[in-house]
Design a protein around this ligand. Structure first.
Ligand code: KDG
Length: 323
């Protein structure tokens, strides 16, 4: 069985090598993207056994992604190659000042948007769920009605088997037909997963209508979450659980923000890996903060994700000791 199973759309990402509008930049660095793939990569680098459910096209981007997943040690037995639909890709600006970059997607009708119930791993011998933990984000259910059905079904199966579940809303409004549909679906998914909910503060506000991190956490605890961690960027993260434990864990120091994208995925990899090791939530949040702070200091989504050894080198003030 896997330690963690996740499901989502992997993409080739062309990250501009210089600041400027996407229409003017000529040089791009090709890396991998996809929120769940980033989390899978982060967990695999920490030596967890990670399974990934996905589809790629039968094209060069698909082959690139399969090669990268194999190189990272992600189990690809549930990644299908789709003969009919292409692999999605995206462009990203290079931020000059650490502000969030602009992205442009080329993913409509992609292979991964055709994921559905046919992609469910068949029950293994002895039945049960094929992983100790399921990680979901709000991106996968935005792709199509069929992907929505798949993530809700996985959540139900994981719960029934007693696997733990994490859910990162990862709001991508432009992938949804309307904001109200996005909010309704993602809060329903948070309720269905009933595990660890990991919203950013702005996302949490939009999804719950509450202003404070405490209010957002209370909203999801009332919906049935076991614990909630609200990411506060440079202010760290606020956590609260059903037993009434709560607090704020300060962020790790960052020398220079290069690219913010992927920080939340690194954060999730830190929290999930620590929880699976049996660490208390506050310690899991501290690891999430440390990894998130490392990721923002690299241009790609996943190049800052530490190996186990690099994680052990993250010093007390949080400034990564680069190798
Ligand atoms: O969390 C990082 C993702 O935003 C990025 O890798 C691309 O999955 C992606 C998306 O849909 O924006």
């Amino acid at each position: 069985a896997f330690d963690v199973l996740t499901v989502g759309e992997p993409m080739a990402l062309f990250a501009a090598t210089r600041p400027g509008a996407l229409s003017t930049v000529a040089d791009y660095h090709r890396v991998t993207a996809g929120a769940e793939l980033n989390v899978a990569t982060g967990l695999a680098r920490l030596d967890l056994r990670v399974g990934y459910i996905s589809r790629v096209g039968k094209d060069s981007f698909g082959q690139f992604l399969l090669d990268e997943m194999a190189r990272e040690g992600i189990d690809c037995r549930h990644v299908a190659m789709d003969e009919l639909h292409p692999t999605g890709f995206m462009l990203k600006t290079r931020s000059a000042d650490g502000s969030d970059p602009q992205v442009e997607y080329f993913r409509r009708g992609s292979a991964a948007s055709h994921l559905g119930l046919a992609d469910l791993p068949s029950a293994e011998a002895g039945g049960g769920f094929p992983a100790r933990h399921l990680h979901l984000t709000g991106i996968t259910p935005a792709l199509s009605a069929a992907t929505r059905e798949l993530v809700f079904t996985l959540a139900r199966q994981a719960r029934a088997a007693g696997a733990s579940i994490s859910f990162d809303p990862n709001l991508r409004p432009r992938l949804w037909p309307s904001q109200s549909e996005m909010v309704e679906c993602l809060n329903a998914l948070a309720a269905e997963t009933a595990g660890t909910v990991l919203p950013g503060l702005a996302e949490g506000r939009l999804l719950t209508g509450r202003d404070s991190a405490e209010g957002i956490a209370d909203f999801y605890l009332a919906l049935g979450a076991q614990q909630v961690v609200v990411k506060l960027g440079p202010q760290g993260a606020y956590f609260a659980d059903r037993a009434g434990r709560h607090g704020t864990v300060a962020a790790a120091a960052v020398a220079q923000v290069v690219d913010t994208v992927g920080a939340g995925d690194g954060f999730a990899a830190g929290v999930i890996s620590a929880l699976l090791e049996g660490l208390p939530l506050a310690a899991a949040v501290a690891r999430g903060n440390a990894i998130g702070a490392r990721v923002v200091q690299f241009p790609g989504d996943s190049d800052g994700l530490p190996t186990r050894r690099q994680l052990s080198l993250l010093v007390g003030d949080g400034i990564p000791a680069f190798e």
